[in-house]
Design a protein around this ligand. Structure first.
Ligand SMILES: Cc1cc2nc3c(=O)[nH]c(=O)nc-3n(C[C@H](O)[C@H](O)[C@H](O)COP(=O)(O)O)c2cc1C
Length: 371
């Protein structure tokens, strides 16, 4: 094998054994808005979509944001993992991804005040789905709109917070039973956990707000509860927004403190470093690899821990990914839209980097394609 991208990587686990991933090209979680019955159940689409990414050679295949309770879905057509029917359909996806030599991961999520929105599909408005169209009222860290033009959310009280923590743990138990190898807690992109982390949206004055310790408390409680049910031989990861891109918002230093604490206290061993999602006011330097400096900051700040850091965001080309890894800015890369354009991106990247044909990570059925 040539280069770092196709060197296997071990995601550390609490039992010390670690989970080997065949390469460092991970699939970024991407909502498909395809639970057409609005019941959170993965459909044929999800099996085919995620299955093609697995057979296309990615090391780790992540599901889209998968809600831990019905009101935590971003849109009515999002996935869930809070009932038996959903769990059975997830089990098919995990089994198929694994049969292709990929590691199967699920992103567990709660959209909080950004829930009940229309699917992000052509011709759909950016707005809250009204009750008349089976939308629902949303919850957050504080009363008020999380991101206009969405409807205002209602602040969770302590009992509501405890129920969210329990929902994450219950979905993690189901994720294990469904056969997923990796859980990633979604604490990025302005969804519920990020709404608690960020001073932009967490204006609480109780023990779940007030200062950084308070604002990070819910994430700590969720991760601790998941840790209790998630097996010691399976890696536990998290996705964060490394910055809100707004002065006075959540930033990369608070991110580094949080991940170090989660690693030390709860054995988190993988962080995927994204950004934004809460404010339209900041200046985001969108361009190739624009979030990589955030991952690089965390990689440096987490030296001495065993946390694997992955970079994401407009990493579209094999040589670009290779440079990020070779220069030590991250240990792995997550590929989003480039994987939608070409589900066999990983195989193509391996070929582009000079991997011999016999060692390409595609399914054997495709060998005659001769990348
Ligand atoms: C169609 C689509 C759906 C997405 N859904 C999710 C999601 O469910 N969870 C998440 O954390 N990020 C989601 N994202 C963000 C991606 O995971 C990724 O961070 C982003 O697209 C930037 O990476 P890229 O430039 O490689 O696409 C989504 C992005 C796209 C394009």
């Amino acid at each position: 094998m040539t280069g770092r991208l196709f060197e296997p990587i071990t995601l550390p686990t609490a039992d010390g054994a670690g989970l080997r991933v065949r390469n460092r090209a991970f699939v970024a979680p991407m909502c498909q808005y395809s639970a057409d019955a609005e019941d959170g159940v993965p459909a044929d689409w999800h099996l085919v979509h995620l299955g093609s990414l697995a057979s296309g050679g990615f090391g780790l295949v992540m599901t889209e944001a998968t809600a831990v309770e019905a009101r935590g879905r971003i849109s009515p057509r999002d996935l869930g993992l809070y009932d038996d029917t959903q769990q059975a359909a997830h089990a098919r996806i995990a089994a198929f991804a694994r049969s292709q030599g990929a590691v199967a991961g699920v992103q567990l999520a709660h959209a909080g005040g950004k829930a009940s929105t229309y699917p992000s599909l052509p011709d759909m408005p950016v707005a809250t789905v009204p009750a008349a169209e089976r939308g629902w009222s949303t919850v957050s860290a504080a009363d008020g709109p999380v991101l206009p033009p969405l409807d205002p959310a209602t602040a969770l009280d302590e009992a509501g917070i405890a129920a969210v923590v329990e929902a994450f743990a219950d979905s993690a138990r189901r994720a294990d039973e469904a056969g997923y190898d990796v859980v990633q807690i979604h604490a990025a992109h302005g969804y519920l956990l990020h709404q608690f982390l960020s001073p932009l949206t967490n204006t609480r004055t109780d023990g779940y707000g007030a200062d950084e310790r308070g604002r990070t408390r819910l994430v700590h409680e969720v991760v601790a509860a998941v840790r209790k049910v998630w097996p010691a031989h399976k890696p536990l990861g998290i996705r964060i927004s490394g910055t809100d891109w707004v002065p006075g918002g959540w930033d990369v230093e608070s991110s580094a403190r949080l991940i170090r604490a989660l690693a030390d206290e709860h054995g988190v061993t993988w962080v995927d470093v994204s950004s934004g999602g809460l404010s339209q006011g900041g200046v985001i330097p969108v361009g190739p690899g624009y979030q990589v400096p955030l991952a690089a900051h965390l990689t440096g700040a987490l030296t001495g821990t065993d946390v694997v850091v992955s970079a994401v965001g407009l990493i579209d080309h094999a040589a670009q990914a290779e440079t990020i890894l070779a220069t030590g800015q991250a240990h792995a890369v997550s590929i989003g839209r480039a994987a939608l354009r070409n589900p066999r991106w990983a195989t193509q990247a391996a070929a582009d980097l000079g991997t011999p044909a016999a060692a390409l990570p595609h399914a054997p059925q495709y060998w005659r394609a001769r990348w």
